[in-house]
Design a protein around this ligand. Structure first.
Ligand SMILES: *[C@@H]1O[C@H](CO)[C@@H](O)[C@H](O)[C@H]1NC(C)=O
Ligand SMILES: *[C@@H]1O[C@H](CO)[C@@H](O)[C@H](O)[C@H]1NC(C)=O
Length: 268
């Protein structure tokens, strides 16, 4: 069993215990796997022309790799690196490819010279799928037995795409996916878990039951969770000073970890 999973289980047991004996047990005493601040601990490496952010767990031989697919702010955004590191602390060997060749979107879309339409067109599936295939090829060289993928916003769509037949990915998680097409949902051949935001112009409330119906039609194991008080991007950029957003960001992370343990041959 991966040691960090043991920590996660202890963490779960501890949080239950804290309900049973609130006076002696503190939630805050439990090992913290997810970090929102601090210095990223992973390293960047070029592999076949793609820059990869790689974050390794402390166990010697991780069994499961995680392909981390960022939002449009890319691996350059500290919160993406920190979340990738959090997955590594949960026992996964994490690889996050630079999907924008060093030129992610600016935080302010109104930045002069940035055209969101052009950006979207330049980074469609024909440009992105080969980058992700290179990242999977790298993960194969590390000796992991299984590969899971986690994707956020822009990357959430690609988490679905990586579950199509022949992509070599065993399970996926997507938080608030953008631009996701029906055909991409219906093409999955592996289990998918989804975290949706309450307020999301890219995944409107009326779209949620449609997605749920399509997920059921795929016949794959699936999960669709809605996090109240959150908005698009919360899985990575949620404001952790707001209790509902903090709960959403952290619980969406553990949702993905549990999903990968259950469906990508983790320790459970
Ligand atoms: C942004 O790019 C699109 C597609 O090339 C173009 O039609 C549009 O006029 C551009 N918008 C601005 C503000 O330049
Ligand atoms: C984050 O949430 C806190 C608490 O609700 C709020 O005071 C603060 O303004 C928020 N920060 C941003 C950048 O929205």
């Amino acid at each position: 069993m991966r040691t960090s999973l043991t920590s996660l289980l202890l963490w779960s047991a501890g949080s239950l215990a804290s309900v049973a004996c609130a006076k002696t047990c503190s939630y805050g005493d439990q090992p913290q796997i997810i970090a929102h601040t601090g210095e990223p601990v992973g390293k960047e490496k070029m592999y076949n022309g793609v820059n990869l952010y790689i974050s390794k767990p402390d166990c010697k031989k991780p069994k499961v790799g995680v392909l981390y697919l960022t939002d449009v702010f890319g691996i350059q955004l500290a919160q993406n690196k920190l979340l990738a590191d959090s997955f590594a602390r949960a026992g996964f060997l994490v690889v996050a490819p630079d999907m924008f060749n060093g030129e992610p979107a600016p935080m302010d879309f109104d930045t002069p010279g940035f055209n969101a339409t052009e950006f979207t067109l330049a980074h469609g599936p024909s440009a992105t799928d080969p980058i992700l295939a290179t990242a999977v090829a790298y993960l194969r060289t590390t000796g992991v037995d299984k590969i899971a993928t986690t994707g956020y916003c822009y990357g959430g769509r690609y988490a679905f795409r990586m579950l199509a037949a022949g992509k070599g990915v065993d399970a996926g998680f997507a938080a608030h996916p953008s631009l996701l097409e029906d055909s991409e949902i219906m093409a999955i051949t592996r289990p998918i878990s989804v975290a949706a935001a309450e307020t999301d112009a890219m995944l409107l409330p009326e779209r949620r039951p449609q997605m749920e119906a399509m997920l059921a039609d795929t016949t794959q194991p699936y999960q669709f969770n809605l996090y109240g008080g959150t908005s698009h991007g919360f899985g990575v950029r949620g404001n952790v000073s707001d209790p509902r957003q903090k709960f959403g960001k952290e619980t969406a992370f553990y949702q993905a970890v549990r999903w990968f343990d259950a469906w990508a041959g983790g320790a459970l």
